[in-house]
Design a protein around this ligand. Structure first.
Ligand SMILES: [Fe+2]
Length: 515
């Protein structure tokens, strides 16, 4: 026993015991896709409990090492108390057991899953290595003789380690809806879209015709773990009906097992569709992340039957966060989840790694489509970018010229409908940067008997009456100010009204027959 105590309290032994004690919970955590099987056999939460014991053991071994190397009487073989020696032996044995646990865990994972553990280790490798190196230097490198420096290093290592561990096991931020849902009229039905502050699964719930519906956001049968969720609903299911949405936070999504967090459920939204002769529509564009400023101006307006979002929510869509926080949140805020939204893509929504995900996220088959509401027909177009595809801003990712050509072919294939008043909605009033495509677009507008073009992009609120059809650009954010617009459609004609914080900016009324 004496030999074992001498061996366990040896400085070199203590270094290796400390090293293995620290990496044990880390590696065990990286093997967590196997935890679900152990928990099924034993009890739910067993592996989580074991992980906590491993982490507490790592802290205890660090304290022992600190005492052994720095504090009298523990730093002297002669004066070292017996209970301290016994503790060193105990934690030596415990660390050996924990090491065996993660080695066995790796072995049990097998050839197929071991690379997954390696990938999970790689994700945490920079931070984990930093903590181990910093802790090792602090404890075992005699260079740190200054007490204040030692204390500072210890505080940093412990604080960083604590938040890293807690943050990886349990999310530190709150989980809630970013806004009311945004109900997009896709032309085929509704896409109910909502976003949460963190990733999770989502569902939509409503009753129709005596039947209860609870639809999860899924992809090929598996629930989607994301911040944005969208659900297709037929018009007749939602018109003048109530619905609610819910979401469950996903803390850890794994090949085997995983951890869910809090579930949140919204209140009931009473959705109203006005297909009547008179429709008031809020028209907003180019908010460029200035949601609060835009919403202050919008709040000065009245109540509406629908919203047209004309695009340019942020500088680009590098991450899902930007779509959640600047498109879904804004669309939900201005519609309160109770009136339909017509969504038009802005040129800034065509930029960044998440741009290719946006149509799926919003539940749209295409960014160009037509929406009919009562006597009014809206043809929604997608002008995409305003510069040639080889412009350096697009980083070699743009093929929009071919995309626009396809859209114009689709537009030319539409038939006029004399029973409706037809209007064009497009972010950029130029429609296409290619002169020939632009001419074809405006020729198609004439053939379709389009009465008006609503657009944004210019950041100015303007009525342009020099083209083959009247054009209204609805304002947006410019020089610290925001301009919003409303459009009133009636059997006699269209009224447009644009306003900012200082009042009216633009207005005009047009009879259908004079357009
Ligand atoms: Fe724009």
């Amino acid at each position: 026993m004496k030999k074992l105590m001498k061996f366990s309290t040896n400085t070199l032994t203590m270094f290796f015991v400390w090293l293995f004690a620290v990496i044990a919970p880390w590696l065990f955590y990286c093997c967590r896709i196997g935890h679900v099987y152990v928990d099924i056999v034993l009890f739910h939460g067993f592996c989580q409990t074991l992980l906590w014991i491993m982490m507490l053991s790592a802290v205890a071994v660090s304290v022992l090492a600190f005492l052994r190397l720095r504090v009298a009487p523990y730093n002297d073989d002669e004066t070292m108390p017996l209970p301290f020696k016994a503790a060193c032996v105990a934690f030596f044995a415990l660390t050996a057991v924990f090491t065996l646990v993660w080695v066995i865990s790796l072995g049990v994972m097998g050839v197929e899953s071991t690379p997954v553990a390696g990938k999970m280790l790689l994700e945490t490798l920079p931070f984990g290595t930093a903590v181990v190196v910093a802790g090792g230097l602090f404890l075992f490198l005699p260079a740190l003789k200054n007490r204040k420096v030692r204390a500072a290093v210890a505080a940093c290592v412990i604080t960083a380690g604590f938040f890293a561990v807690i943050g990886s096991l349990y999310p530190l931020s709150t989980y809630e809806f970013v806004s009311a849902p945004m109900v997009i009229d896709t032309g085929e039905g509704y896409s109910v879209v909502f976003a949460t502050t963190d990733t999770g699964t989502g569902y939509l719930e409503y009753s129709h015709d005596g039947k209860d519906y609870k639809i999860y956001d899924t992809e090929d049968g598996r629930k989607v773990n994301s911040r944005i969720h969208s659900f297709f609903v037929p018009y007749e299911h939602l018109d003048n009906n109530t619905y609610r949405v819910g979401a469950t936070r996903v803390i850890d999504e794994l090949s085997y097992g995983g951890t869910n967090g809090k579930t949140i459920v919204s209140g009931d939204y009473a959705f109203k569709r006005n297909s009547g002769e008179v429709q008031r529509i809020l028209c907003v564009s180019d908010w460029h992340t200035r949601i609060e400023k835009a919403e202050k101006v919008i709040a000065m307006g009245g109540s509406y039957d629908a919203v047209i979002l004309l695009g340019d929510a942020a500088a680009g869509l590098q991450f899902e966060e930007e779509a959640a926080d600047y498109i879904v949140r804004f669309g939900g805020d201005v519609s309160d989840g109770v009136i339909p939204v017509i969504y038009t893509r802005g040129n800034h929504e065509t930029r960044g790694a998440y741009a290719t995900e946006l149509s799926d996220a919003l539940g749209l088959d295409s960014f160009y489509h037509e929406v009919v509401c009562g006597d009014y027909r809206f043809i929604v177009l997608d002008s995409v970018e305003d510069k040639p595809d080889d412009h350096p801003e697009y980083g070699g990712m743009a093929d929009y010229s071919a995309y626009r050509a396809g859209m114009i072919e689709w537009l030319e294939g539409l038939s006029p409908d004399s029973s409706k008043h037809t209007m064009i909605v497009c972010h950029d009033r130029e429609i296409c940067i290619e002169e020939d495509l632009r001419e074809r677009a405006f020729a198609a507008f004439e053939k379709l008997d389009a009465a008006f073009l609503f657009s944004g992009h210019s950041h100015d609120c303007e009525l342009i009456l020099t083209e083959s059809l009247p054009i209204y650009t609805d304002g947006g954010f410019k020089n610290g100010k925001y301009i919003a617009s409303e459009i009133t459609l009636s059997p006699t004609g269209i009224s447009v009204y644009g306003w900012g914080a200082d009042g009216e900016v633009q207005s005009g009324s047009f009879e259908w027959r004079t357009l």
